[in-house]
Design a protein around this ligand. Structure first.
Ligand code: NCD
Ligand code: ZN
Length: 345
């Protein structure tokens, strides 16, 4: 196959940031994706319906003329979140989901949840109105090895939560382990998972072998090869519970290339080309549309996009800038470390 046409894809997990960074990165996502779930971990976070409305307005104001893009807003769950505010924001169509960050799990997550008991009224309300919860699934206990944090979260937090509120619809975001894949596959109802582009392409060697490579550092951190293979299998299987959430998370280079670098990989520019490469390697190009365009909308109860995207095979390796310039500074683009012979037409 030298060319593939799929319904225009969506990104079910995206960091757009704000201000000059938003202006710098938004055009790349809006060029390829019709819709994206927008992460609320700004400083300060997007907590209330009013915050989400203001942020959505800033995104729409930053959208270049002629690009068609719908931001699907999320609220950052805090221990002070008001269940009625959440329900109103959802009923009005403004907000698609609520995001749970365990406090301290990742970039800008200090206002996250410490004690799940404190947010039960919000979660019960969400279950009652059918509003999905997006979860960053890692425990933050410093005693737990960072490579085990997702598996531990599933056993000690996610499973008990699902037993307590089985009606709550949960997206386990950016799943990175075979444990996560297995858990999602065997769950009966109300559970799905997004998978990033980079976790399909790199394992932890990318970060640590041959020198420390901060541009491959993200959270959840990439795991060993067997986990990457499990993710590839799940993503390319066509199973409706798995779909694309790029977790494209730009940080300016000085904040990545330093003694305590930020977590996050910027993949908005080359995600679709990289995915075509992965699906071709797995002999699953015919299932790319399920992963990138169909399974996500089915899970979130939305129509598949009418427009299409065509990718075609290139003779020379596809090229993109090594880094982009934003008003906040340079941002390095994800380097998949293998030649990619696909491009979006
Ligand atoms: C994200 C960010 O930079 O906001 N970083 C990351 O490594 N993915 C936060 C997140 O989604 O964990
Ligand atoms: Zn993220």
């Amino acid at each position: 196959m030298d060319e593939i046409t799929i319904p225009r894809p969506d990104d079910w997990h995206l960091h757009l940031r704000d201000g000059a960074m938003l202006e710098g990165v938004l055009p790349f996502s809006a060029r390829d994706f019709a819709r994206a779930i927008i992460m609320p971990n700004l400083v300060p976070p997007v907590v209330t319906g009013a915050d989400a409305r203001a942020y959505r307005d800033r995104i729409m104001a930053a959208l270049p003329e002629g690009l068609d893009f719908a931001p699907l807003m999320t609220l950052y769950l805090t221990e002070g979140t008001d269940p009625d505010d959440v329900a109103r924001a959802h009923a009005s169509g403004l907000v698609t989901a609520v995001k749970l960050y365990p406090a301290g799990a990742t970039t800008n997550s200090h206002s996250g949840v410490r004690d799940l008991a404190k947010v039960m009224p919000v979660l019960e309300k969400m279950a009652a109105i059918g509003m999905p919860l997006c979860i960053h699934g890692e425990v933050t206990d410093p005693e737990v090895d960072i490579f085990d944090r997702e598996a531990r979260f599933i056993d000690t937090v996610l499973e008990p939560l699902r037993v307590r509120i089985p009606e709550l619809k949960i997206t386990l975001e950016h799943v990175t382990t075979s444990n996560g894949v297995d858990y999602v596959m065997t769950a009966t109802d109300n559970l799905a998972a997004s998978i990033t582009t980079h976790h399909l392409m790199i394992n932890r060697n990318a970060i640590l072998a041959g020198g420390i490579k901060p541009h491959y550092y993200c959270l959840p951190v990439a795991k060993r090869e067997s986990h990457r293979l499990a993710l590839r299998k799940a993503a390319t299987s066509g199973n409706p519970r798995f779909f694309l959430g790029t977790d494209s998370a730009p940080h300016v280079d000085p904040l990545k290339e330093c003694a305590c670098g930020c977590a996050g990989i910027f993949t908005a520019i080359n995600t679709m080309a990289c995915l075509a490469h992965v699906f071709e390697e797995e002999n699953a190009l015919d299932r790319l549309a399920l992963f990138a365009s169909r399974n996500g909308p089915a899970w979130y109860g939305m129509p598949v996009n009418d427009e299409t995207m065509t990718l075609h095979r290139t003779t020379a390796p596809a090229a993109w800038p090594e880094r982009i310039e934003t008003g906040d500074g340079p941002v390095t683009v994800f380097d998949p470390m293998v030649p990619i012979h696909w491009e979006v037409v």
